[in-house]
Each structure stands twice: as structure tokens, then as C-alpha cells.
Design a protein around this ligand. Structure first.
Ligand SMILES: [Ca+2]
Length: 52
């Protein structure tokens, strides 16, 4: 599945590390918000719970 486009929902499990998830989050957040729901607690850090 290609990452990086709004559309199909992507979970934290799709990313290799927190930085990759953060990159996607930061890329889309200004326009679309947290489209993949990577930041459940709203602190603007994507998947930090998942990657510990
Ligand atoms: Ca978070």
C-alpha cells in the first residue's frame, strides 16, 4: 500500500518507526488534520505510544 496520500486509513503498525509516522503526520496535518489518527492523545507526536 502506498503511504503518503490521504485516503486509505493507515495505522501505526504500517510504519517502521516513530519518525516515519511523524513525517506523515506532519506532512498532512496542516491541510487535513490527523487523517490517519496517528496521534490519539492530541500532543502532536504521532504513534509515540505504539513505538514506546
Ligand atoms: Ca501522541
Amino acid at each position: 500500500m502506498p503511504l503518503g496520500k490521504p485516503g486509505p486509513d493507515v495505522d501505526c503498525t504500517a510504519y517502521n518507526n516513530q519518525g516515519a509516522a511523524q513525517y506523515e503526520y506532519d506532512r498532512w496535518y496542516p491541510t487535513y488534520g490527523d487523517i490517519h489518527r496517528l496521534d490519539h492523545d492530541g500532543d502532536h507526536r504521532a504513534c509515540e505510544e505504539y513505538f514506546g
